[in-house]
Design a protein around this ligand. Sequence first.
Ligand SMILES: Cc1ncc(COP(=O)(O)O)c(C=O)c1O
Length: 410
Amino acid sequence: MKTREDCERLDEVDPLATVREQFVLKEGEIYLDGNSLGPVSRDVVTRVNDVITHEWAEGLVRSWNDAGWMDMPLRLGDQLAPLIGAGPGEVLVADTLTFLLAKLIGGALELRPDRHVIVTDAANFHSDLYIVEAMAARAGRAVKVKAIDRDQLSGALNDDVALVMLTQVDFRTGEALDLAGITAAVHDVGALMLWDFAHSTGAVPLDVEAAGVDFAAGCGYKYLNGGPGAPAFLYVRRVWQGVITNPLPGWLGHARPFDFEATYEAARGIRAFVTSSPSIVALAALEGALSVWEHATMAQVRAKSLALTDLFIELVDERLPGVFSVVTPREHARRGSQVALAHPEAYGVVQALLARGVVGDFRAPDIARFGFTPLYLRFVDVYDAVEHLVAVMSDSSYRDPKFAVRRAVT
Ligand SMILES: Cc1ncc(COP(=O)(O)O)c(C=O)c1O
């Protein structure tokens, strides 16, 4: 069994150990919820202050030109692109994830006008299911959404499928799907592939270029640490740019926004997916957050993520045998960067841990979910978190009625 000293030794040789210093973390707290909302980093504070005190306060409206505000959605897209294996000009940062999925679903449906089915995962994030149903209903032709068990995907693929939309890492279980294999199978029947990378970007290595992905979108506030409600990003493969249309056109996606023309003409390239004025302060926060990637590679992050999640699973197995069922796949290739433990009283477990300064979250109906962000977590944090878990299970504090009160955000 691994000891705390073993974990200290792992931290000593961790190539990412110093990256933790970039983050503002609460002393004594173990933050295992970066898969929901990443913590703030020092560069975020600096960059946001700079935007407010200089670019906004002093520059005012001039900053749209002088501070390059108009290009921020593209500039940040280029900054983020390497994290998903995309090239320059293929990623745009804007809106929030559900809106970007709507744009990509609407646009993709028009590229397969003779097909009538969108396949998705019945266990997909609920917002994805709502928006895909809504876009299908507004497609201008009969389009049916088939929400299937993801293991039945190959049986659902045929020449009536226009689009397959899947979330690459399951938000509940942390299962990671085979990006390249599924994309290839979808292309084999002539359909298009749209991936939701909410729980993947910054957590698992992605190569949209090699996998032949058509479209993808993800959010900025989880493993990218861009702040609550941070702007999201979308990826449109270069071959589709100028071919796919943005179903939610707006003035800043126009080829000449300041000509104020009554008729819409899409801008060239990824800019065509811009609709509205970019949210500059929020973009500045994300820009600051992305600078942490100057100190870490995805390969380092993945290696440490697997080591942290392996350690957590191993300690839970050894110290709490039979208490939880580990829902997250144990195979590395099928694991994201979180571990989900099923327990009938998972809500109370998460609350009791919270009271001890270990922050995870609960996902109905019975999942205690723990995210492991290698940029700021240490091996000793994992060890200590399991110590706390053992304590709340042994003294049954998770059954305390005060921990049963459901709050709005779980
Ligand atoms: C997998 C997945 N898709 C979509 C969303 C919705 O994101 P947004 O609130 O940015 O629309 C989330 C939010 O957590 C998510 O986890």
